[in-house]
Design a protein around this ligand. Structure first.
Ligand code: CP
Ligand code: NVA
Length: 308
């Protein structure tokens, strides 16, 4: 694994390796034990879009591991004045040990990675959000003691997070049902990729039926960053696609409710669902830190299989 641009960059073995390391890191942090595996290493953090969780968890992750993070707002560096992504990547490679990038277009990540000699990590693009999904898998493992042989139901927009989850479910062996309004189905390219990876995947427009016997219910915003000009239309089109108590009632009694956050109560999720007993959303948010530290160690520590 040189870069993490897509969940498809990871094998089943890679995923279990990252989760095992993340669990160990989490436990050690709880005990107050610190290590400096990333001492003298610097991470560039290029963010074209807003972020709370991803930005803070990467920055804190680097500092916990003895390294340093440099936040790069495109408007403050020469990209904002037209310097190419290619030249930026070549230059940053001379200073840094890794780049985390949140971008509008996934192609920007491909260009960054193609012109860097250091690892590039996708911190969310229009196509995928693999760091989120690794934290989600860690959370599922904590609550269910496994990440396979379950029914995972996505309710809402067939977006970037959904794409990464479809790939992840296919790799780890979890059945996935995506329930979205007509016209908001996930990219055909990702549906095909997931199926090629062996995924048992169903796309439907009926959230209630989809939720029957679900082990996991997951939703995300109706209006992703970059879709703001479609907001009014989307708010109409997504009526009936809220993750709420009605869906929880037809799921398994021990269903967990997930959301990558930020959440909008009353829109994609009801207050009762996100603040209720089935919700694990803040564990997901916390697990961003532990899962990403494992990714940083896997990508930035040169000796094989870093022992934490
Ligand atoms: N879930 C997530 O990526 O949150 P942020 O946009 O706050 O980073
Ligand atoms: N789908 C959302 C996720 C935010 C973390 C977006 O792209 O804005």
């Amino acid at each position: 694994m040189k870069n993490l641009l897509s969940m498809a960059d990871l094998s089943l073995e890679d995923i279990y390796g990252i989760l095992d390391l993340a669990e160990e890191i989490k436990e050690k942090r709880k005990q107050g034990k610190v290590t400096d595996h990333l001492k003298n290493k610097s991470l560039g953090m290029l963010f074209e879009k807003a972020s709370t969780r991803t930005r803070v968890s990467f920055e804190v992750g680097m500092s916990d591991l003895g390294g340093h993070a440099v936040y790069l707002n495109p408007n403050d560096i020469q990209i904002g004045r037209g310097e190419s992504i290619e030249d930026t990547a070549k230059t940053l490679s001379r200073y840094l040990n890794g780049i985390v990038a949140r971008v509008y277009s996934h192609d920007t990540l491909i260009k960054l990675a193609g012109n860097s000699i250091i690892p590039v990590i996708n911190a969310l693009s229009d196509k995928e959000h693999p760091c989120q999904v690794l934290a989600d898998l860690l959370t599922i493992k904590e609550y269910k003691n496994r990440i396979s042989n379950m029914k995972f139901v996505w309710v809402g927009d067939g977006n970037n997070v959904c794409n990464s989850l479809m790939l992840a479910c296919a790799i780890v062996g979890m059945e996935m049902v995506v329930a979205c309004p007509k016209g908001y189905e996930p990219d055909e390219e990702y549906v095909l990729k997931a199926k090629k990876l062996g995924g048992v995947l169903k796309i439907t427009n009926d959230p209630l039926k989809a939720s029957e016997n679900a082990d996991i219910l997951y939703t995300d915003v109706w209006v992703s960053m970059g879709n703001e000009d479609e907001e009014l239309q989307r708010l109409k089109d997504f009526v009936g696609f809220q993750l709420n108590e009605e869906l929880i009632a037809v799921s398994k009694p021990d269903v967990i409710v997930m959301h990558c956050l930020p959440a909008y109560r009353g829109l994609e999720i009801s207050a009762g669902a996100i603040d209720g007993p089935h919700s694990v959303v803040f564990d997901q948010a916390e697990n961003r830190l532990h899962a990403q530290k494992a990714v940083l160690l896997e990508l930035m520590v040169l000796d094989e299989g870093p022992e934490f």
